[in-house]
Design a protein around this ligand. Structure first.
Ligand code: FMN
Length: 150
């Protein structure tokens, strides 16, 4: 599924993802306790929206959108070969009945694709528009209090 409601929850690989219970993926994660977060690039943008417009309940999205499943190492969920990176995750906290549908995921293995030429990712604004990665600014020399974290 396509998920834009995500958050990094610290310097360790803990990630929050808000998924509605109407999604096939929500039920799959509740049942298996695991998933893969796959990171697409700007050349995959239209596919990403298409993936978010249909359900794994009735569609094999790998086949329909020409995506290639690859075996993961620590979870049963497949990686997506075309993505820039994939993070295998296990669920650390499940949604509670407070209506937020927030999963707290722990990354247990990360993959990156060093051969990929297009490396720009993109971000949903929330109104159907998207912002693409632009210039990178390196301020590592100013991160004096956080040297151990970067
Ligand atoms: C750009 C975009 C962002 C989305 N972000 C989320 C999200 O953060 N959480 C969510 O529950 N659904 C989100 N959706 C909707 C799901 O991707 C959609 O309901 C999808 O059909 C679920 O697929 P599934 O039934 O195979 O799990 C988003 C859809 C799009 C197009």
């Amino acid at each position: 599924m396509t998920a834009s409601c995500t958050a990094s929850l610290g310097f360790t690989p803990v990630i929050g993802v808000a998924l509605g219970p109407w999604n096939h993926s929500y039920r799959a994660i509740m049942e298996t306790g695991e998933c893969v977060l796959s990171i697409p690039t700007v050349d995959m943008m239209e596919t990403v929206v298409d993936v978010g417009n249909c359900s794994g309940d009735s569609v094999d999205k790998f086949k329909r959108f020409g995506l290639t499943p690859l075996p993961s190492d620590k979870v049963a969920t497949p990686l997506i070969a075309e993505s820039l990176g994939n993070v295998e995750c296990v669920v650390r906290e499940y949604p509670t009945d407070n209506g937020l549908y927030l999963f707290v995921l722990e990354g247990v293995k990360a993959w990156s694709n060093p051969d990929r030429e297009e490396r720009r990712t993109f971000h949903a604004v929330g109104d159907g528009t998207f912002v693409m990665d632009g210039e990178t600014v390196n301020l590592r020399h100013k991160m004096t209090k956080w040297e151990d974290c970067i």
